[in-house]
Ligand binder design. Sequence first.
Ligand code: DGY
Length: 327
Amino acid sequence: RNMSGTGKYQVYVTRSDMPHGGIELLKKQCNLKLWDQPSPVPRSEFLKSVGGANGIFCSLTDKIDKDVLDAAGPTLKVVATISVGYDHIDVQECRKRGIRIGYTPDVLTDATAELTLALLLSTSRRLPEAQHEAKTGGWVSWAPTWMTGPGLAGSTVGIVGFGRIGQAVARRVKSFNTKRILYYNRSEKTEAKETGAIKVTFDELLTQSDFVICCCALVPDTKELFNKAAFEKMKRTAIFINTSRGGTVDQSALIEALQNNTIRAAGLDVTTPEPLPLDSPLFKLKNCVVLPHIGSASIEARNTMSELTANNILAALNESEMPAELK
Ligand code: DGY
């Protein structure tokens, strides 16, 4: 057992504004070393101060690679991220060293599905644009075709990635009286029965859907899955929503598709890079809604994610079963 002079485990926390619940849990059993600012720890500072840690409490803004693991040294037993996505963690490298990985599935599914629906409706019914018009004098009178957009009722919705979040999106979308729900996923999902979602090929989903929603994890197979060819296969009236990772999209191809009206509109909670630079063409397009990666940002979800991250760390340090270990 690797311990500090005080007999307690050392846990490095990569930012000062992690939700309290998890931090309080850790404090009871561990010495915490916190980056003292409510911003991601700068890389050089991280590498300098992580040495000797038994656990790392990180977020998706922290790249956990060979250099970080080397800097932490042989005392490191667990890396726990306050996210369900783990594309920022070099999983192979952790495995090689016997470092366990904790993440936060399930507890953010509802929050992320809720935000996905909010973004879908904001994009299709043009809420940010409409509010802007209302505030700046564009609202001259009620007008029969002004600010119109496609409805969900009677539409075909395609969900790419039919895991926990994709399925939760399908359940919500169904309540809007959609005509069909299609999904594209590596494996067939028995859960699809609940919503009557139909498994199709990627091309079938693109050509048939009025709304295309990306809910898949970012892995080598899904990197820039949404490229120029994909946008060209979509209906010209299609609306594209992404609440997974910016890396699933070839962003220049998306910008072109939006500028040329190859598709109608896009709603993005995730981009490349993050934050999206203020001069990005995406911010200039009326047919694009951009949110700052807030999918899981319900108060409840973020608190629970923090506690789960702490419990993952505590379980790993005590060599017991982690509540959510990445296997
Ligand atoms: C995740 O958990 O991966 C989200 O992107 C942030 O909550």
